[in-house]
Design a protein around this ligand. Structure first.
Ligand SMILES: Cc1cc2nc3c(=O)[nH]c(=O)nc-3n(C[C@H](O)[C@H](O)[C@H](O)COP(=O)(O)OP(=O)(O)OC[C@H]3O[C@@H](n4cnc5c(N)ncnc54)[C@H](O)[C@@H]3O)c2cc1C
Ligand code: SF4
Ligand code: SF4
Length: 436
């Protein structure tokens, strides 16, 4: 098994992992960044625009992805899974599995000839299943690295990609490989996943075609999205009434997610504003228990949305069913009036919550009561875990927006840097004592 030595290992290549790696690399440390997907970028590269400035997400994320790939002190390992993490006295030994791309990454130029030749079309996870891609493909247009990956489970083995590849990079025999990264410090930046769309049977168990998750709406609204417009997945119709159901995955004891996911109010307001621009005649309603606009400029953003004509209705949504045309019917209690009403919409977006993408146990860490990585000195040292040398940034430590993800990336990199320097200082002192 090959061994790689670095000063710092960053696990997760989203908007918190990338700046942490860049900060450490800029300080002259040798850094490895391990990402489980075939490209870095995290959730942010899939988003449309970012609240509260409405800047283009791709325009902010793509330069960071490129900077990571070209940084002389950062080694990038994509499509890799951390298998185990053990202390070795000086730092950590981390066993990493390089999954098979069935493409030789050293030869592949990202020309996409294999993709054009492949006859198999499958739903694209990058587009939340709304768009499609080929069994062999470069993951998306701005992916880093621009290296193809073959989905062997959907492959016909027809060999068309192999024939089309000008550099003989397709390799059906490629095997997964395990290697070891020896590192002094670790920054965990593994981020979040959404609570499942089908978790609540009262909201249709994920089976109603026109009840969707908010990352699907991001893909509808994104300039890089599959259709370049907002459509109902059920029948391709342009919706004229769209509703958001807040706290559809958070603040809910029945789901075991009792905490507030913090970003859902803001992303619902953002999407409602973007829909207002994309479909000026559409009516957008947000059903909420309370609106939480916690960040700088966020309350003004909310007030702007109201002024644009977006309807905010205080109430608890009890259930969602559909009529014979698959229009979702929302039943809710207007909590201030004590009345129960039903309203029909063309499309409903569930404002789902955030749960950890990776189990803290994978890194021999204890989760806190919310399931995210425990941060025992939150007020004094907000990115330190209970294990010296392991730091956390972004949504791996709890629900967080992009601003805070980038702030904690700086904090985690700074704490990791101080830790590595203290370890290096100790090594120099021991060396000096030995030769005194
Ligand atoms: C619908 C929606 C819209 C949003 N809109 C906004 C917005 O407009 N403005 C805003 O401020 N915030 C927004 N957010 C929040 C924003 O997405 C998060 O703040 C941000 O993505 C957190 O970044 P992260 O790097 O911590 O996590 P992620 O983006 O989740 O990145 C984590 C990375 O780690 C990788 N990873 C996970 N586990 C492992 C593992 N075991 N090994 C290796 N790699 C791993 C993942 O593949 C991923 O690439 C939105 C969220 C949602 C759901
Ligand atoms: S061998 Fe598989 S990946 Fe290659 S073109 Fe045929 S179906 Fe597509
Ligand atoms: S595998 Fe070959 S054909 Fe496909 S993108 Fe890479 S170099 Fe191009």
């Amino acid at each position: 098994m090959k061994n790689i030595h670095v000063d710092a290992l960053v696990i997760g290549g989203g908007i918190s992992g990338m700046p942490a790696a860049l900060d450490l690399g800029d300080q002259g440390f040798q850094v490895a960044l391990v990402e489980r997907e075939p490209s870095i970028g995290g959730k942010m590269i899939t988003l449309s625009k970012v609240f509260p400035t409405l800047d283009c997400c791709s325009c902010i994320t793509t330069p960071k992805m490129s900077a990571v790939a070209h940084h002389p002190s950062i080694k990038l390992f994509t499509y890799c899974e951390v298998q185990s993490l053990n202390e070795n006295g000086a730092g950590f030994d981390v066993a990493v599995l390089q999954k098979s791309r069935y493409v030789n990454a050293n030869k592949c130029t990202g020309c996409r000839e294999c993709e054009y030749a492949c006859p198999i079309t499958i739903p694209s996870p990058f587009d939340r299943g709304l768009g499609s891609y080929r069994a062999i493909r470069v993951p998306f247009s701005t992916a880093v690295p621009q290296t193809a990956v073959l989905d062997i489970d959907n492959c016909l083995f027809c060999g068309k990609c192999e024939k089309a590849c000008p550099v003989e990079a397709v390799d059906f025999t490629q095997q997964p490989e395990t290697f070891c990264i020896e590192t002094t410090a670790i920054v965990l930046a593994t981020g979040f996943e959404l609570t499942p769309l089908g978790a609540k049977k009262e909201y249709g168990s994920g089976k109603l075609p026109n009840v969707i998750d908010p990352l699907m709406m991001e893909r509808f609204l994104a300039p890089t999205g599959p259709y370049g417009r907002v459509l109902r997945p059920g029948d391709g119709m342009e919706p004229t009434t769209i509703a958001y159901v807040q706290c559809a995955g958070s603040r809910d004891q029945t789901q075991g997610v009792e905490y507030c996911s913090r970003v859902c109010c803001m992303y619902a307001i953002k999407q409602a504003m973007l829909i207002n621009g994309a479909l000026p005649l559409a009516e957008v309603t947000i059903y909420f228990m309370d609106i939480r606009t916690f960040g700088k400029g966020y309350e003004q953003f909310y007030q702007n949305a109201k002024a644009m004509g977006i309807e905010f209705v205080r109430g608890k949504v009890a259930s969602i069913r559909e009529d014979e045309k698959h229009n979702p019917i929302v039943k809710l209690e207007l909590t201030e009036e004590g009345r129960i009403i039903e309203r029909t919409h063309d499309l409903v977006v569930l404002s789902l919550g955030m749960i950890p993408a990776a189990s803290p146990a994978t890194f021999n860490l204890v989760p806190s009561s919310d399931g995210f990585i425990s941060l025992p000195a939150l007020n004094a040292s907000p990115t330190a875990t209970e294990r010296p040398g392991i730091f956390v940034t972004g949504a791996a430590g709890g629900p967080m927006d992009i601003v805070d993800s980038i702030v904690t990336a700086g904090s985690a990199a700074s704490e990791a840097s101080a830790y590595i320097r203290s370890k290096m200082g100790m090594r120099i002192e021991q060396h000096e004592v030995a030769y005194a």
